[in-house]
Structures are given as C-alpha cells and as structure tokens.
Design a protein around this ligand. Sequence first.
Ligand SMILES: [Zn+2]
Length: 160
Amino acid sequence: MIISQNINYQDLYRSTRHPYLMEANRKALESNPVYLVNAVRLCFMVIQPLFDTDYIDNINGFFRFPELNLKVKDSITSQHRTGEAADLKLTKRSIFQIKEYGLLEFYSLVNESLNCNAHDINQIVYHPEDSFIHVGIGYPGRQVQIGESVNGKITWLRGK
Ligand SMILES: [Zn+2]
C-alpha cells in the first residue's frame, strides 16, 4: 500500500535490525488509531515534503512498539512509540549544509520547505555518526528542541 510518492505503508513499522519483531510492531501500530493518524500526519506534513525537496532519501525508523523500542535502547517516553517521530536518512546535500551552516540554520532551511507551520515540529536531533535526523512532531505551541547526538549523548542547541 502506498501512502505517498516516496512512502509505503510498510515504512511505518519496518525494522531492518529486528525483522522478527516487524509483524508484532505492525499489529501494535494498528491497535490504536491515534498512532496511525499521528504517523500519517507526520508523513504528509514533514517526511514527503523533505523527500520532495531532496533533504532526505530514506526512512530509517518510524513507529516502534515497546519491545522494539527497548531493543534499540530508546527512551521510554520516545515519540516513536506513538507514531509521532521518525528517523530520516539525510542526503549528501543536507550533510554538507549542516557542516557548512550549522544545525540551527539547517533547521530554518528545512522549515521553509515544509507545508506545515514550523511549530508543528517539536524536535530535531541530528545523528552525525549515522547521517540521519530524528524528527518529532508535536502540536502548535510546543517548544522546539534542536540537538546533536554523539555516542548516545545529546547536546541541545535550542530548548531543554
Ligand atoms: Zn528517533
């Protein structure tokens, strides 16, 4: 099933590192309509526009039920657990832009290419070692947090 031009339904619950948990992850996603609505909202407001504007070229991770979340050692309050966050593989151009202009300026560039109100994104965490960004979507009015994660430790440039 296709959600949008670059996103398949399977991208919402796929796990390349733990494929044996994928089916259980899909069932957990489908067990709560709120998770599906969150995930589809993130797809249309953020992920597809970032594909369209060549900021990302893949989805590394999306929804994670508690067992899968534990396996990847993510926080117990992770937005991945409610379909409100995804890890997005950056294009070479994006990595260059972050190095050249810094993460805060990159965030401004990204926002300009999105359909949504900038404040709908509530978290961006850059993982330079694996060349991806974690993007969390919240609700208008929430404080935006921007940080960089190295060796599992996040340095916050804005928020927190
Ligand atoms: Zn993440």
